[in-house]
Design a protein around this ligand. Structure first.
Ligand code: RTP
Ligand code: MG
Length: 142
């Protein structure tokens, strides 16, 4: 019989335009890899306003959305899917609190961001969000 495998979960991650612009893609990816998450898809994508509206559907009516939309469409991003045991929760722990000014040192945002908007990374916040986002960004993967 095959050896027991650890449970597998997938999360969608976006390295936002500030990560690419600042040359932090390698540093951020290294953290996910070092943690033990497996990269199962990865692509450089310049997000359109239409994709931003779909990705951030829960936020489109918020006051902060217009500047967020402008930011996330301002240059290329890196979209990826990572896989591993409790990947969704693990990614969000590595990312840190939304506001880079308040995020704990040792987290990606805590170490590299001083902004509540330009905070380098996105990670799915639930299994439902992960499924929706993976289907949106990587429709061929399912
Ligand atoms: P994300 O979705 O990017 O992983 O971040 P999150 O769950 O920690 O934060 P969320 O509340 O979903 O917000 C999405 C992104 O919108 C920008 N934001 N700006 N008050 C503001 O100006 C504000 N609040 C949020 C951030 O880029 C945040 O990551
Ligand atoms: Mg969110």
């Amino acid at each position: 019989a095959a050896a027991p495998q650890p449970p597998v979960e997938r999360s969608f991650v976006l390295l936002k335009p500030d990560a690419v612009r600042r040359g932090l893609v390698g540093a951020v990816l290294a953290r996910f890899e070092a943690k033990g998450l497996r990269i199962v898809a990865l692509e450089l994508r310049h997000v359109t306003g239409e994709l931003a509206d779909q990705h951030y559907a829960e936020h489109v009516d918020r006051d902060f959305y217009p500047p967020l939309r402008k930011f996330v469409t301002s240059g290329p991003s890196v979209a990826l899917i990572v896989e591993g045991d409790q990947a969704i929760e693990v990614v969000r722990a590595l990312n840190g609190a939304t506001d880079g000014r308040k995020a704990a040192p040792g987290t990606i945002r805590g170490d590299y961001s001083l902004s509540n908007r330009e905070n380098l990374v996105h990670g799915s916040d639930s299994p439902e969000s992960a499924a929706r986002e993976i289907a949106l960004w990587f429709p061929d993967l399912g």
